[in-house]
Design a protein around this ligand. Sequence first.
Ligand code: GLC
Length: 472
Amino acid sequence: MSRPRNVEIAAEKALEGAILHLRGRPVGTVASLDDSVEALNYDECFTRDFAVSAVAFLLEGRHEIVRHFLEVLVELQSSEKHMDCFRPGLGLMPASFGVREQDGREQLEPDFGERAIARVAPVDSGLWWLILLRAYVETSGHGDLARRPEFQRAIERNLDLFLTPKFEMFPTLLVPDGAYMIDRRMGVYGHPLDLQALFFGALRSASELLDSNSEYLEPVETRIGHLLHHVRSYYWLDFDRLNEIYRYRQDEFGADAVNKFNVVSGGIPTWSMEWLPLEGGYFAGNLGPARMDFRFFAQGNLMAILTSLATPEQADAIMTLIENRWDDLVGQMPMKVAFPALEGRDWELMTGFDAKNVPWSYHNGGSWPFLLWLLAAAARKTGRIELASRAVEVASRRLQRDDWPEYYDGRDGRLVGKQARKKQAWTIAGFLAARRILESRGDVSAFGFVDQPEVAACTLPWASESREEDEE
Ligand code: GLC
């Protein structure tokens, strides 16, 4: 039997052991089963971690646990409208939940950030819920779950939270630092790509799940178009684009501005000028006023491929970049969550001297095996399956032997992460899902979307493109 197959059998057993039950029903997976370190909240089911388990379960035809999880999140979603900042706002879904015994009965205990390290509230939970609900409906054929009134209400509450205008006039989501998978200060506040790609997937899911007479349908469709245009046009980086930015003028005013966000070309980091190959490209990590984060973030780029936020050409270019920069992005363990690491003064200022996020560790250039499923899905979608096979082969040399660590450290991902938990459920599930995606069983259409061509009406109102059309 081949090594990956052996490891797969071990992974199936390990994931089974991570299943969390509520009064006898499977409702999720705990983050980690490592009992050699203090549990903190790793004995809870994290929404984003379970998303990876859910993919593995759905690919195996195990819909029940995913349905129960989706129901639990509807039950836990914050349902009160109030103006009290210390309670979760209407529509928020929890970062994690645990099962605790109270008065002799098992109860759910959600965490919206009020107990979490640094008190970070999740922006990604509701987005993952929408993406998973749609994946569940697609794979199981049980559309009736999404049509249930409480589910329709939960979708609309989510959308209220994400679509209500606040202090910005961009189609992208404004996000505080540490509000998603990267849940520590890492300079990811603003408009991180990882979240925009999730937002896009969630909006496309909502457009399929909403009742046909819902008043939310039109704003959802409109936002999809604007977001698509914005990310495809302004986040994209390849060698030609880099050269354009390098020659940008500053302080342009009005609709015809070329440098729309007033990005200062002197801020282009030296590494990116040397690193970006002539072939290949990727979406920048963040974009806002006078700010372009040139770091490569794996989750956002791979998710952009899967959801067709990237054009087919861009999707292909991202895979080419991964191939051309394999040692940096995949190395000894697939794959880097962000590249390159923040070092020196950047690390001090952007992480706040975070000892867990020292260069080439954890979120700061560490390697996270849960990303394998996304790499495999993106590879399948772009017909670059050989890249995913290579990555799975690389991972299968270490994962089981190292007891499924949460993350790896080092420039090339050779070391088990300094504070990595073992028996981490999304590491196990990420590997399993990747294996299934590589096999014929792995149809990834339920987790992604077909390309949606841009329509003229979807260009930004304040950009010159749409003004010219208005004038015609
Ligand atoms: C860490 C990770 C976060 C994950 C959690 C549970 O806090 O940064 O993304 O959800 O662990 O595994």
